[in-house]
Design a protein around this ligand. Sequence first.
Ligand code: GLN
Length: 192
Amino acid sequence: MKIGVLALQGAVREHIRHIELSGHEGIAIKRTEQLDDIDGLILPGGESTTLRRLMNLYGFKEALQQSTLPMFGTCAGLIVMAKHIVGEEGYLDKLDITVQRNSFGRQVDSFESELNVQGIAEDIEGVFIRAPHIEATHGEVSVLSTVGEKIVAVQEGQYLGVSFHPELTDDYRMTQYFIEEIVKPTLMIENV
Ligand code: GLN
């Protein structure tokens, strides 16, 4: 399968590496026309205010709002997929969740944690960098993982979002899950 990585900001190469380790083709996406050639899209982390500006500039806001492509957002990518952001407007409205940015406090700006992710594995390596958390889920959203009381991974249909950066480790099981369990079944339904 062909999996795009939105290449406006963030750890694009690292995500492409995880797609390749999963046995699929990773493509850096810089123009909206390229969205027609892929089966799923990863929205990397970075800084969500900058990311939103760049997405506005290159027409990705409208294109992705209209798109039904399976999407996987990590960190800032999760923030842009949320319907509600504490103190700000939601952006792509893909995941019916409320996210709080930079929510793990100063002392723990960055940390690593072994996560039990529902339906994937009990020992997923999570790297958190000025990470958001999911304060509330609404509607049909499933919670896949928490750190203490804080929700850090969710899925709603073809949309997957995590607070952390799976691409910064060698553990590519989150990406593999996105491709095999979300993108592939979505393609099969489309081709019926
Ligand atoms: N703190 C960033 C934001 O709010 C997200 C950090 C990240 O993607 N690592 O946009």
